[in-house]
Design a protein around this ligand. Sequence first.
Ligand SMILES: Cc1cc2nc3c(=O)[nH]c(=O)nc-3n(C[C@H](O)[C@H](O)[C@H](O)COP(=O)(O)O)c2cc1C
Length: 192
Amino acid sequence: MDCPFTKFNVIWQKALENSTLIQKSAACISTIDADGFPQSRYVDLKSADNNGFIFCTYLDSNKGHEIQHNPKVSLTIWWDHIGKQIRVVGEAEQISEQSATEFWHTRSRDAQLTTTSFNQSQALSCESELDTRFELIKQKMQGHEIPKPDNWGGYVIIPLSIEFLTFKESRLHLRELYQSKNEQWQKSLLQP
Ligand SMILES: Cc1cc2nc3c(=O)[nH]c(=O)nc-3n(C[C@H](O)[C@H](O)[C@H](O)COP(=O)(O)O)c2cc1C
């Protein structure tokens, strides 16, 4: 049985090499809100290995609260230039503080400043507040390393299923479904 994580990484690498996109690793994460509605948004996929799919965010954002309430999530990617759709369904768990700190250090200074300046998903009084809050923190932190805020971290999505769709113009898509059963992957094909 081929490993879906290896398969994912081969496809991801191919997607990165041939991509003209600026945000090359955007993935759509769906959570379930308190009223039972799905909520979807893009995040930057950080890594994918046998442990799962990692993204970083504010732990107290809307998505953070939704995951705390219901860890069942999905991740969806469409890479148009190589004709691949990938759908992951699983449960999200918070990554360790140490891993989160490592990811924090890979971020640009501007991204660190933005994260430090705002409370994600809270109301903003007006557009100009974006610049004023950012500039305030920028001045304050000049010459200092920016520490990771306690409310910023990441989640690993531990998959129960991963589906790879190879798009065909004829709509004769190849759909390969991997399902985790008793810690083993089982592969099946689905009609297009
Ligand atoms: C291409 C792209 C990448 C993004 N990457 C992230 C990310 O890695 N982490 C994050 O918290 N938000 C990211 N965002 C913003 C989210 O889409 C979203 O607006 C934000 O996380 C708030 O979502 P929430 O209110 O549902 O928690 C990204 C947006 C786009 C368009």
